[in-house]
Design a binder for this molecule. Structure first.
Ligand code: HOZ
Length: 434
């Protein structure tokens, strides 16, 4: 595959941008080679600057749940932009968005918009501390809640990929109130609560962790987190930046039937524009300024263009209402996810390659190990040399997966059964070469 124009751009980018990328996860350092540069995306495909067409399973890291450049989102963005790109004064779209989020996610009674998932998580943590008047936060090994100081501890995503799960530049004092537990381990969380009586402000968790690949909660685990936080007067915070409005219309909390106290969102609610949000119980949210003492702000929060894009995304996703028919977008995503998982498991089995293909709705990850993956320690057993070869084999055949073992893949409603068949067919060939 000719990538000469991408290579030229990357050489130029390296001169002016650290590592040549504006977010480390875009670099190919974990898999080798150079990232490619894209100038067009539509539906399930992206086209690089050399004209190569790729089926995209990164989907701008999750937001493009309807596929790239969905006509309704593009029309909404154009219409909103023509009226002004930012006001710094309340606009009607913010109210529509807040109301829609509260309707779709019943645990959310009030919501505040931010410009990114990082900001949403940072604000939710501050709010949890302000509300409970406690400092300590439990997070899970391999979970990633954006690049805020206090949670960049044993973090997943790029931090794990590049071997710096604890970032330099963060004073120890900033993370001294962060306690890390292994995910899916009940006893570890019980022990932390026992050792820190009346000190834990809350637990923040990706209900389906998608930043060390993808693994699912064991049956009863999320229920346990709900019970133990309630029993100790601590808050349960679901980071649904990746899973929100994706794993079900009400996110992972709907899928697993749990009501967290606070939730954070991003990705899908922005339709590809920079958006985040956090929301939850009204009495907690009312601690925010200007009503309460917890300060949180943002010039571009609730930006009209971003709100219009996000609303178009959510409205189109929910256009069929709650009917569970074939037109329902969430049903389509489940069917595609199951097709991909079945195909990939068969392909790995036929090739004699040990693989755990974890999948939940439209999120997935294949690990090169014969042991089940329930947490980051299990994920570390994946043979990353095999992953590198698999990644490049797929890319050379026109299939783009995230350039890291420690990221989730995503499906959109624009992916077709034919896309999945092609992907599985390519994977079957590549797996035989590993
Ligand atoms: N949260 C994204 C998936 N792990 C990464 C996005 C980024 O860091 O650029």
């Amino acid at each position: 595959m000719n990538r000469s124009k991408s290579d030229q751009l990357f050489a130029e980018a390296l001169k002016y941008i650290p590592g040549g990328v504006n977010s480390p996860v875009r670099a190919f350092r974990a898999v080798g080679g150079n990232p490619f540069f894209v100038n067009k995306a539509s539906g399930s495909k992206v086209w690089d600057v050399d004209g190569n067409e790729l089926i995209d399973y990164v989907l701008t890291w999750g937001p493009a749940i309807l596929g790239h450049a969905h006509p309704k989102i593009i029309a909404a963005v154009k219409a909103a932009a023509e009226l002004g790109t930012s006001f710094g004064i309340p606009n009607p779209h913010e109210v529509t968005m807040a109301k829609l989020i509260c309707e779709l996610v019943p645990s959310v009674k009030k919501v505040r918009m931010t410009s990114s998932g990082t900001e949403a998580c940072m604000s939710a943590i501050r709010l949890a501390r302000g509300f409970t008047k406690r400092d300590k936060i439990i997070k899970f090994d391999g979970c990633y809640h954006g690049h805020m100081d206090s949670l960049l501890v044993r973090a997943g995503s790029g931090a794990l990929t590049f071997g710096h799960p604890d970032s330099a530049g963060i004073p120890a004092a900033f993370t001294s109130h962060t306690i890390v537990a292994p995910y899916n381990d009940v006893e570890a969380v019980k022990a932390i609560f026992a050792a820190n009586k009346n000190e834990i402000a809350g637990i923040i968790v990706e209900p389906v962790p998608g930043n060390a690949g993808l693994y699912l909660p064991k049956p009863g685990y999320l229920e346990f987190l709900r019970e133990i936080t309630a029993a100790h007067g601590a808050l349960l915070i679901f980071d649904e930046v990746m899973t929100g409005f994706r794993l079900a219309r009400g996110g992972a909390q709907e899928r697993f039937g749990i009501r967290p106290d606070l939730s954070t969102f991003g990705k899908v609610i922005g339709g590809g524009l920079p958006v985040g949000a956090f929301g939850g119980r009204a009495e907690i949210m009312d601690c925010l300024a200007p009503l309460g003492p917890v300060y949180q702000a943002g010039t571009l929060s609730g930006n009209p263009v971003a709100m219009a894009a996000g609303l178009a995304n959510l409205e189109e996703l929910n256009a069929e209402g709650r009917m569970q028919n074939a037109e329902n977008k969430y049903v389509q995503l489940e069917v595609l996810g199951a097709q991909l998982a079945a195909g990939m498991r068969d392909a790995a089995k036929s090739a004699g390659v040990p693989m755990q293909f974890n999948q939940c709705g439209s999120m997935f990850c294949g690990y090169f190990t014969d042991k089940p993956v329930h947490n980051v320690a299990d994920a570390m057993h994946s043979d990353r040399e095999k992953f590198k070869k698999f990644f490049h084999g797929m890319l050379d055949a026109g299939v783009y997966l995230a350039p890291s073992q420690f990221e989730s893949g995503f499906l959109s409603t624009a992916h077709t059964a034919a896309d999945i068949d092609m992907t599985v067919g390519v994977a079957a060939k590549v797996l035989r070469t590993l």
